[in-house]
Design a protein around this ligand. Structure first.
Ligand code: F6P
Length: 327
């Protein structure tokens, strides 16, 4: 399909926390670019590389055998420097010098906020691809990496369950998510935990203890704790619960960065591949300042402003269903 567009060179980069499936998205952007006769450039270390002119020309073969790999071959960074007008000017000078006409930014809300300001100041068309394990962006049902992270969590919890039930222990398992409870909510339901604690539904220790009452008759217990709770992390919560549940031997597991690694799931590879192509096609159709998403199975584009300012609400019904299932 021939699309008339002034875009001849595009740059692609990954920014913020890495997420499994970012490589699949890079591959899709690079190959779609080649398909449409555009020259793709990889930009290393996100906005840091943009400001340093750390670019490399890529082609379809440079992204062979990366669809199954976690992390990001382009590396990633959280940049403070790009928050300054001076840093963004430096980035623009490098983009201009390399003759790059448009950018594809793979990352989360911080990445898109940066892209939005950059576009406003320097008019470089940019399209975003949601890559974060947190799933905290609206405009897409799934962000790249979320599904894999949930799979990693349920496999870890399955293993913890074995030892928890062998020793009659109550485990508090802390998962990532920054300020949102998506990972806790979905993987908690799928792992069959007793209770799911998320920042979107804060509760008191008394409230939690009451909810756990039913677990007294069980031989062991699993509580999934999202990071970012005001009531504290898993260690704090476990200590307080122990005071009330002295018959339980409470233990804590903080899953940490293992949730960010590993080979991407089928879902993450699928959406990354579709979004990568949609990003290139969107740019060729003149779209800019938008994030690609997949909603109800279809590709959609929403402005950076919309996706950053309206964080995805979690589905409270999942928490209700989990309570029914943990009787
Ligand atoms: O945004 C992804 C994420 O993994 C969050 O879930 C977590 O809060 C944060 O990044 C950790 O960031 P870092 O790896 O920079 O410590």
């Amino acid at each position: 399909m021939a699309i008339q567009s002034p875009i001849q060179k595009i740059g692609v980069f990954t920014s913020g926390g890495d997420a499994p499936g970012m490589n699949a998205a890079i591959r899709a952007v690079v190959r779609a670019a080649e398909y449409y006769k555009i020259t793709p450039f990889g930009i290393y270390r996100g906005y840091e590389g943009l400001m340093d002119g750390d670019f490399v020309e890529l082609n379809a073969r440079s992204v062979s055998n990366i669809i199954s790999r976690g992390g990001t071959i382009l590396k990633s960074a959280r940049s403070q420097r790009f928050r300054t007008a001076e840093g963004r000017k430096q980035a623009f000078d490098h983009v201009k010098k390399a003759g790059i006409d448009a950018l594809v930014a793979i990352g989360g809300d911080g990445t898109f906020t940066g892209a939005s300001v950059f576009l406003e100041e320097h008019n470089v068309p940019t399209i975003g691809i949601p890559g974060t394990i947190d799933n905290d962006l609206s405009g897409t049902d799934f962000t790249i990496g979320y599904d894999t992270a949930c799979n990693t969590v349920i496999h870890a919890i399955d293993a913890i369950r074995d030892t928890a039930s062998s020793h009659n222990r109550m485990f508090f398992i802390e998962v990532m998510g920054r300020d949102s409870g998506f990972i806790a909510m979905r993987s908690g339901l799928a792992a069959g935990v007793e209770f799911i604690l998320v920042p979107e539904r804060e509760m008191t220790i008394e409230g939690l203890v009451q909810k756990l009452e039913c677990s007294k008759k069980k031989s062991s217990g699993l509580v999934i704790v999202a990071e970012g709770l005001q009531m504290g992390g898993a260690v704090e919560i476990a200590t307080k619960v122990k005071e009330r549940f002295s018959h339980y031997d409470t233990k804590v597991t903080v899953l940490g960065h293992i949730q960010r690694g590993g080979s991407p799931s089928c879902l993450d590879r699928e959406i990354a591949s579709r979004m990568g192509v949609a990003a290139v096609e969107g740019l060729l159709q003149g779209k800019q300042n938008v994030m690609v998403g997949v909603v109800n199975g279809a590709i959609v584009y929403n402005t950076f402003e919309e996706v950053v300012n309206n964080p995805q609400p979690i589905n409270f019904d999942i928490l209700r269903i989990n309570e029914i299932l943990s009787v």
